[in-house]
Design a protein around this ligand. Structure first.
Ligand code: MN
Length: 747
């Protein structure tokens, strides 16, 4: 290890003139953008980095020092945080790539710098190692971020410079870096409000990953530039005159969206670039601040709409309710000359800097600080919440949700007390409930939005007032996983389901032990595992779970094991053609339909002998979220809450809705419909009917099969006792060779 004393003094190091110039340019940037600059610290950091990297070269053939210098320049100019981050940027690769130790950094620059460099070294190492899954990378990244924000900010700058010089890398590395940037760094930068950096990261990645599409957009933008600029000038001119008359100090300009955003918009709208109307927005930036600034923005809004007629539904007030990355602005869309729709963004200089440079800009504006700290604290809380989840098999899920949460636009909803809550777009009452409190989420049975009962799966929209109805008896429903979007809701429901599974498996193991002892059977766990595989269980745990849940009869298991011991008793492989099988099942149809008494709980009380009808539009079965709808004849129609007719009934005929739940009764059979997709192969129908009839003692009501071009699709109506039974069955069907999808559907 190198001792600090071994590092020569600065004037003993011969420094290339070019880099002297670059260093001076960096210091100039620092003086321009940072609140205070410790020039000596930056010079010392440069000296150390220069010396440490003296034998290193970039892929481009340049001296390595050019990289940390450029990274530091990005930190100073585009992030504008503080001088410590600039010095850290200069040193960011030193510990990882050279023989200098962290102790030496600590000795020279103190504890804070050492911990930032340590964080940077750790994330960097994580990204270079191929063994670790992406999720693990994200986790490390978040951990480092939660310790010191500057780590991640320097990392953004590092990534940006690497993306700018990506053409020097071999193709495989280029693609890997670019997709990682697009997947992870750009959304993360967005979350921190670093808009400028996010846009450039996106465009550089996009250019690497899909050069053709990228250049198509860039070329078209160039072709349209003259026309666009003329239009902007025409739009802006009368507005400038008005604002000047009113004595405002301001800047107005047309801002073109970044290439990747245009690409996304084209994809989403499925339109060519010429038909995207909001390729640019008009931006008004006012020299005005504090409380006055907000008022001025509103005043300017009024001037804009005097000139151009607004589309009221496209108005957004992000000043009163900032986005969670701190973004503030008034947005409105107006009809400009020639009737074209034009988006106008109105903000003060301070808001503008936050919009471009995010959290870092708040360092400069002390009065804005409270707000950003609060928002940042919320964000870090969210990070910690994510990290709280130690189960490794959740890794992929984690990354998926992480991305979802980063990019999605947000909605703003209210509690009954009028408190504001921010949720990601697509959030449902269940997400809301978990956000209020874990207990509220665990026990929610219903929700009222703006005073009306809605299905728990209904998507909330901004401005909704949401009230959650809870019951102590309620437990989370695994079905909720199909519609919740927040990490907290997902992880809590999953934890609960896992715990339930574990308990059931434990019970199943005990039941099996008793059964086995009674049958006088000796079998090791290892052999039993083998048997479980033969029976198409993924593992022993699943076998025990199904026994515990009463889905699989341990007697069958005994029979199977005994049957194996005596090969004579092996089932004959019956080869029947598929047509014949279909017929057999169709004949056997309705004979199986149960007529058992159907018990429901209405408004909390058990009701027997009710005139109940299970709606054929959605075929509800016990375990489904349901509601009752009183028909004109007095029959109670039971619908699934996610039935396509549900929202109409719940919202428009709320007075006829009954709160209905299931009693725990098993001997009634219900009809459910499944759709299966897969490869067309010999024996497919046989395998399907065998799984259904043999393994789970389920009766088929009808089965229709279509095959075309080697694709198999089937529709099965069957009798099941409840949701769990159905889910179990779906699990089994999915395991059949060649089956790609099993879906429940409404007829
Ligand atoms: Mn680097």
């Amino acid at each position: 290890m190198i001792q600090a004393s071994a590092v020569p003094e600065r004037d003993e190091i011969e420094i290339d003139n070019r880099f002297e110039d670059d260093l001076n340019a960096l210091l100039a940037q620092c003086r321009e953008h940072l609140p205070t600059v410790d020039e000596d610290m930056i010079r010392r950091a440069f000296r150390l980095s220069y010396w440490a990297h003296r034998n290193d070269w970039r892929e481009s053939g340049e001296r390595y020092i050019s990289h940390p210098l450029q990274v530091a320049t990005i930190v100073a100019r585009d992030i504008g945080l503080d001088d410590t981050s600039v010095a850290a940027a200069l040193l960011h690769d030193v510990v990882e790539d050279t023989e200098l130790s962290l102790d030496l950094i600590r000795e020279e620059f103190g504890e804070t710098m050492a911990s930032i460099i340590d964080g940077l070294t750790k994330i960097s190492g994580v990204f270079e190692s191929r063994e670790l899954g992406q999720a693990e990378n994200v986790r490390k990244l978040m951990l480092s971020m939660a310790s010191d924000l500057r780590v991640i900010l320097v990392k953004f700058a590092d990534r940006l410079h690497n993306m700018r010089t990506i053409k020097h890398l071999p193709k495989k590395k280029r693609l890997k870096k670019a997709s990682e940037t697009l997947d992870l760094f750009a959304p993360l930068a967005h979350r921190f409000g670093l808009f400028t950096i996010k846009s450039e990261l996106e465009d550089l990645s996009f250019k690497t990953l899909d050069p053709e599409a990228y250049h198509h957009i860039v070329d078209r933008l160039k072709e349209m530039a003259e026309q666009r600029e003329a239009y902007i000038a025409q739009f802006v001119q009368p507005l400038e005159e008005r604002l000047a008359e009113e004595g405002y100090e301001f800047e107005i300009y047309g801002r073109v969206k970044n290439v990747y955003s245009i690409h996304r918009k084209m994809k989403r709208k499925n339109k060519p670039i010429d038909e995207i109307y909001d390729i640019f927005a008009i931006r008004v930036v006012l020299q005005s601040d504090g409380k006055r600034g907000k008022e001025d923005c509103w005043r300017v809004y009024s001037l804009v709409t005097d000139l151009y007629k607004p589309l009221p539904e496209r108005f957004r007030d992000f000043i009163s309710v900032p986005k969670s990355n701190g973004y503030q602005s008034l947005h409105t869309t107006v009809f400009g000359p020639k009737g074209r729709r034009v988006e106008v963004q109105i903000r003060t200089q301070e808001m503008h800097e936050v919009a471009e440079r995010g959290v870092a800009a708040h360092w400069k504006y002390k009065e804005g600080k409270k707000n950003v700290d609060e928002e940042m604290e919320k964000f870090l809380e969210w990070v910690r919440d994510l990290l709280d989840n130690p189960e490794p098999d959740e890794a992929t899920e984690f990354v998926k949700e992480f991305r979802l949460n980063l990019y999605d636009e947000e909605i703003y909803v209210f509690t009954p007390q009028g408190d504001l809550m921010t949720l990601p777009q697509g959030a449902t009452p269940v997400d809301f409930a978990f956000k209020v409190h874990t207990e509220v989420g665990m026990q929610c049975i219903g929700a009222k939005v703006n005073g009306k009962m809605v299905p728990l799966s209904q998507e909330l929209t901004s401005g909704d007032q949401v009230e959650i109805i809870t019951s102590k008896k309620q437990q989370p429903n695994p079905d909720w996983m199909n519609f919740v979007v927040t990490h907290k809701a997902r992880s809590r429901i999953r934890q609960w389901t896992n715990e339930e599974r574990r308990k059931a498996a434990e019970l199943g193991r005990e039941m099996w032990k008793k059964k086995k002892d009674r049958a006088d059977l000796e079998i090791s766990d290892q052999d039993l595992q083998q048997v479980a595989h033969e029976l198409k269980f993924p593992d022993l745990q699943q076998l025990f779970y199904e026994i515990g849940k009463g889905l699989y009869d341990p007697g069958e298991l005994v029979d199977h094991i005994k049957g194996q011991a005596d090969p004579e008793e092996d089932d004959e492989e019956e080869i029947e053609d598929e047509e014949a099988l279909k017929e057999r099942y169709e004949r056997f149809l309705d004979s199986a339909q149960s007529t058992g008494k159907q018990t429901l709980v209405v408004n909390g009380e058990v009701q027997e002998d009710l005139a109940v009808n299970y709606a054929s539009c959605c075929n509800p079965i016990p375990g489904d979220e349901v509601f009752g709808f009183v028909s004109k004849t007095g029959t109670i129609n039971i619908h699934r809450s996610n039935c396509q007719n549900a929202s109409d009934l719940l919202v428009n005929q709320a007075d006829r809705i009954l709160d209905v739940d299931w009693s725990r009764q098993k001997d009634v059979q219900f009809v459910a419909a499944l759709r299966l997709m897969g490869e067309d192969r010999v024996g497919m129908v046989n395998d399907i009917t065998e799984v259904i009839s043999k393994n789970l003692k389920t009766n088929i009501r009808s089965i229709t099969i279509d095959t075309e071009d080697g694709i198999f699709s089937g529709t099965i109506m069957l009798h099941v006792s409840d949701l769990e039974h159905l889910e179990r069955l779906m699990e089994r069907l999915k395991r059949i060779d060649g089956i790609h999808g099993v879906y429940r559907f409404e007829e």
